[in-house]
Ligand binder design. Structure first.
Ligand code: CA
Length: 228
């Protein structure tokens, strides 16, 4: 991981931005700041950043919309900031493509740790030398994160991709939902196994005729195997 990590903070509270800026400066992160969703999107489009820290409750354009907009053409890691007691739907956040979330008030140290963890994951993906992973009729390109079946592109969300990728790199192994949450979403405390089921369901739909590559082991979990 290089030291010139560029972080975009999209947060309307001056105090919060200030806190984060101080923490990031200690890490020698380069910080970009936006005070509302609209400015955040503009800044995202004009500055190459490595990670986005995104407040959910924002003036102009809310954090959900910003998240969805960014995901239209970027896989940049996104961490959502949410206030304690705020109505917050984790599932919704992941559906929109967020990679992680943290509840305010949080320690800047923890945020930095999470940022580093996410960047390490992104880094590992980029460092894989062989770009294509072949799986029967399914091809996964690790560099472009493109999935194709018989040369037809399968449009996957960020997490659907990561779930497929994880299962594909560990074929024939049965994982329970908690393990998948931990491996794909990264943190145990997410804890809602429905997230996994929803993503498996979507993934199967998108794999169409090849949905049988992913099997449900009743009472245990899921595995991926190329059918004979
Ligand atoms: Ca806010």
């Amino acid at each position: 991981m290089d030291n010139n990590i560029r972080v975009l903070i999209i947060e309307d509270e001056d105090k919060m931005r200030e806190l984060m800026k101080i923490a990031f400066k200690k890490e020698s992160f380069e910080t970009f700041e936006a005070v509302d969703g609209k400015q955040g999107l503009t800044m995202f489009k004009s500055n190459p950043v490595d990670i986005v820290v995104l407040d959910v409750m924002l003036p102009e354009i809310d954090g959900w919309t910003v998240c969805r907009e960014i995901r239209r053409n970027s896989n940049v890691p996104i961490i959502l900031l949410t206030a304690r007691g705020e109505e917050f739907d984790k599932l919704f956040g992941f559906e929109l493509g967020a990679d992680d979330y943290i509840v305010k008030p949080f320690s800047p140290k923890e945020l930095v740790a999470r940022i580093k963890a996410l960047l390490r994951r992104a880094d590992n993906r980029n460092n894989d030398t062989a770009s294509n992973l072949e799986l029967g009729d399914i091809t996964i390109n690790r560099l472009s994160r493109e999935v194709t079946i018989d040369n037809q592109i399968v449009n996957l969300t960020n997490k659907e991709y990561e779930l497929l990728y994880f299962l594909a790199t560990n074929p024939k192994i049965v994982f329970n939902r908690e393990q998948l949450l931990l491996k794909v979403w990264g943190y145990e405390q997410y804890g809602d196994p429905r997230t996994v089921d929803t993503h498996i369901k979507k993934l199967r739909e998108k794999l169409g005729e090849h949905s049988n590559y992913i099997s449900t082991i009743w009472g245990v979990g899921y595995k991926l195997e190329v059918p004979k």
